[in-house]
Design a protein around this ligand. Structure first.
Ligand code: E4P
Length: 215
């Protein structure tokens, strides 16, 4: 499974990419707003750090303006994937982008039918938001299981990005279900990496090593 980083924070992206496990980055307007910098500048800098798909989101609501945004964003770097919200206008924009060879990630997916329509419109990626479903007392990972099984039944090249990830169990289950990608906040990546028994084991090895005669 590919791991994307779900952040627009350059320091987090740098630190995580040094680990050699980051295949791409997803951003959204809320994540960009936290950085207090120009959108294009942030996206450009992310593209210079991570050599993989970088999602940058449109912020208009009509298909024609979304396509204009998509054209502008896709010129920033060949790795840009334009994130488009799951609406009727969004689907129109996705299908136009497909014709123009612009990659898209349909975001704010909360049902399997939405994912199916996005795939049919030509989305390269769909992003089911599992954490926000959990917050709404619906089991978010059920949605991922459904989408993965639907895409498995037919010949779609659309990849499933498990988004709105809140904890390492989301990532684990995404991998078990065969999702293509999980996009994770930096904090979740760090949680995945750590285990207290690893730390205890290292301390024990290092203290025992001191007992080994060196000459
Ligand atoms: C990624 O594509 C989404 O924008 C992001 O995962 C949303 O996460 P949140 O629900 O924690 O805001």
């Amino acid at each position: 499974m590919k791991i994307f980083l779900d952040t627009a924070n350059i320091e987090e992206i740098r630190k995580a990419s040094e680990l050699g496990v980051v295949d791409g980055v997803t951003t959204n307007p809320s994540l960009i707003a936290k950085e207090g910098r120009r959108f294009e500048d942030v996206v450009k800098e992310i593209c210079s750090i991570v050599d993989g798909p970088i999602s940058a989101e449109t912020v208009t609501e009509m298909a024609d303006t979304m396509v204009e945004e998509a054209v502008r964003l896709s010129k920033i770097h060949p790795n840009i994937v334009v994130k488009i919200p799951m609406t009727a206008e969004g689907l129109k924009a996705v299908s136009e982008c497909r014709k123009r060879g612009i990659k898209t990630n349909v975001t704010l997916i909360f049902s399997a039918n939405q994912a199916l329509l996005a795939a049919k419109a030509g989305a390269n990626y769909v992003s089911p938001f599992v954490g926000r479903l959990d917050d709404n007392t619906e089991y978010g990972m059920d949605l991922v299981e459904r989408i993965v099984s639907i895409f498995h039944n037919y010949v779609y090249d659309t990849e499933v990005i498990v988004a709105s990830v809140r904890n390492p169990i989301h990532v684990l289950e995404a991998a078990q279900m065969g999702a293509d990608i999980a996009t994770v906040p930096y904090s979740v990546l760090m949680q995945m990496l750590k285990h207290p028994l690893t730390d205890i084991g290292i301390q024990k090895f290092l203290s025992d090593w001191k007992k080994v005669p060196k000459e």
